[in-house]
Write a protein that binds this ligand. Structure first.
Ligand SMILES: Nc1nc2c(ncn2[C@@H]2O[C@H](COP(=O)(O)OP(=O)(O)O)[C@@H](O)[C@H]2O)c(=O)[nH]1
Ligand SMILES: [Mg+2]
Length: 586
């Protein structure tokens, strides 16, 4: 299916043409039919001789209803531009063309209607002159009469080649359905309609309503009046939603793939059609079917920051336009450059931002976005519309730019070395301290900063391998203990002896980490390997053996024998039997 919007001045024959092409009535309201004037969007469709289905979004031409017209063309990539032969180019011909040009609509055709009332040649030439130099400069032109039917066959043929040349939509894309109507159907509940420009909607899908983020479930789906299980873009769709009262949704809202879009209130944009300082301070931003008041802050000559009165789901590269509701011109088209721009607080920040924006073109560059931000949530980068750069380091759902990574890794290496020098007995820098020092939002990111110089073990960072450098005083105290243990391997030094040698908890822990002592239990330290030595000696006992037999074999006291047997059991070397005796595992 293809979707084509109409455009052109009021009474130039847009609705008549849609009616003639489709046999359907685009003016849906009784008031529209009574007044013979389109007020709101109309929808009709037909199958062309080529077999292609075309749905029309018929827009009002009257100047009072320009916002409705913009909601109609906003999500639609092709236009049927109508000019009446007998009236020629008129104010809303110009305003509609300005809007289409601002939105960069490149596909379309010119239809000169009411050709039965006057020779269409003049109007055709005049219109083509106006189209020249706009996004619609290369369209074909057809002269018709909606009343006599003259030229309609040619129009169908030209429409056929127009839609055949439209770019193929990405049916895998994230869904952003701009709502153009919302109503209720008895027994079914709330239904919203829109033009699906990308992605696919299925019955049963969970979608998110913007603004607000409410979760909704697709209960039923129709396209061109037919019930379907799924609707791939491009399509006109009517979506029946579960869990959504009618008052909660209206034109300008959007149904989104969950988690795939950012709701932004601040966008930096490039302007076309007006310089930044020519724009009024207060404008209305028209994006998709939405119309949202916005405050303009000029940044560069053709760049500005828009602060929106309501958040919108926008992405880098989106085209939209701003309008001054008081004036009858579309002052500027915009290209979204950044949907999560930095705050401009410091002096000179605006000028720096303007310089940055001057290098952006609205084609999302994941590596450049990451470079500017240094650190960004992976989901957020994708939601901005930027691809994840291949060389980004990733941890905990974050992306870290290679340049920032190198800088923070160097900073961390220096901080860890400094920490080790200042705290020789501490087993390295705690991970949380490292996180704070490097300004990382998540400790998992610190692991990306280790490089070849640092090691992370037991939640602490060390320079090189594990910490080995013990202060001299500790080293000599340990040497004394080891000498005593060499003499009586299972006579763990008593608390008073350790205190005498200046070995507190910290010093002992450092010695254990350095591999100089084996900790059996709190306060019970033996030489490394003493547990293997004990195992050998216990092999000489009958099996099972008692604690007392073990104590004697090891020539030690209960103070050591009890925790040592527990230690061996923990290591799986011995097993305690129900009667309290012990045996070695085979
Ligand atoms: N003679 C003649 N009248 C037309 C033609 N197309 C539209 N009209 C008339 O022009 C008026 C406006 O048409 P309409 O389709 O409502 O214009 P719209 O405002 O552009 O949708 C109506 O009275 C139509 O009957 C045409 O090709 N020939
Ligand atoms: Mg009309």
């Amino acid at each position: 299916m293809h979707v084509v919007a109409t455009a052109g001045h009021v009474d130039h024959g847009k609705s008549t043409l849609v009616r003639a092409l489709t046999g359907m009535e685009p003016d849906r309201w009784a008031e529209e039919r009574r007044r013979g004037m389109t007020i709101d969007l109309g929808f009709a469709w037909t199958t062309l001789p080529t077999g292609s289905t075309v749905a029309f979004v018929d827009v009002p031409g009257h100047e009072r209803f320009v916002p409705n017209m913009l909601a109609g063309v906003g999500p639609v990539p092709a236009v049927m531009f109508v000019v009446a032969a007998d009236e020629g180019w008129m104010p809303q011909s110009r305003e509609h063309l300005e809007a289409l040009h601002a939105l960069d609509v490149r596909h379309g055709l010119l239809v000169v209607t009411r050709s039965d009332l006057m020779d269409p040649e003049l109007a055709r030439e005049e219109a083509l002159e106006h189209l020249a130099g706009t996004s619609l400069s290369r369209v074909g032109a057809v002269c018709v009469s909606g009343v006599t039917g003259a030229g309609l066959d040619e129009l169908r043929a030209v429409l056929g080649s127009l839609v055949a040349g439209l770019p193929a939509p990405d049916v895998e894309a994230d869904v952003r359905l701009w709502v153009d109507r919302a109503f209720t159907i008895r027994g079914a509940g709330t239904v919203v309609t829109g033009t699906l420009a990308g992605g696919t909607i299925h019955v049963g899908d969970e979608l998110v309503l913007a603004p607000g983020g409410r979760r909704v479930r697709v209960r039923g789906l129709q396209s061109l009046g037919v019930t379907v299980e799924s609707a791939p873009a491009v399509a006109r769709v009517a979506v029946n939603l579960r869990g959504l009262p009618l008052h909660a949704v209206r034109r300008g809202h959007a149904l989104l793939t969950p988690g795939a879009w950012l709701a932004t209130r601040t966008v930096d944009v490039r302007l076309a059609g007006a310089a930044a300082d020519e724009l009024p301070r207060h404008v209305v931003l028209h994006a998709g079917t939405a119309a949202v008041p916005a405050r303009v802050r000029p940044l560069g000559a053709d760049t500005a920051r828009l602060s929106l009165a309501q958040p919108l789901p926008l992405r880098i590269g989106d085209r939209a336009l701003v309008r001054d509701p008081g004036a009858r011109r579309i002052p500027a088209g915009i290209t979204v450059l950044d949907v999560a721009p930095p705050a401009l607080r410091r002096r000179g920040a605006a000028a720096a931002r303007a310089a940055e924006l001057s290098t952006m073109d609205g084609v999302a560059d994941g590596a450049a976005e990451l470079r500017r931000r240094g650190l960004v949530r992976r989901d957020e980068l994708i939601a901005m519309g930027a691809p994840v750069p291949a060389d980004a380091a990733q941890a905990g759902g974050w992306l870290l730019d290679p340049v920032l990574l190198a800088q923070r890794a160097a900073q961390l290496a220096a901080a860890v070395a400094e920490h080790a020098a200042a705290n020789p007995l501490e087993p390295g820098m705690p991970l949380e301290t490292a996180r704070q020092v490097t300004g990382m939002p998540d400790a998992r990111l610190v692991e990306l900063l280790l490089g070849s110089q640092l090691t992370l073990a037991d939640g602490r960072l060390h320079v090189g391998g594990l910490a080995t450098g013990l202060p001299d005083a500790v080293r000599s105290a340990i040497a004394e203990i080891r000498a005593e243990l060499a003499h009586r391997p299972f006579a763990a030094p008593e608390a008073h002896r350790l205190a005498e040698l200046g070995l507190g908890t910290k010093q002992l822990a450092a010695a254990v980490r350095a591999g100089e002592l084996l900790k059996i239990a709190d306060g019970i330290y033996l030489a490394p390997g003493a547990d293997d030595d004990a195992t050998e000696r216990l092999r000489g006992l009958p099996s099972p053996f008692t604690l007392s037999q073990a104590r004697q074999a090891l020539n030690t006291t209960r103070r050591v024998a009890v925790p040592l047997m527990e230690h061996l059991a923990r290591r799986g070397i011995t097993r305690r039997l129900p009667n309290g005796t012990h045996e070695l595992h085979p």
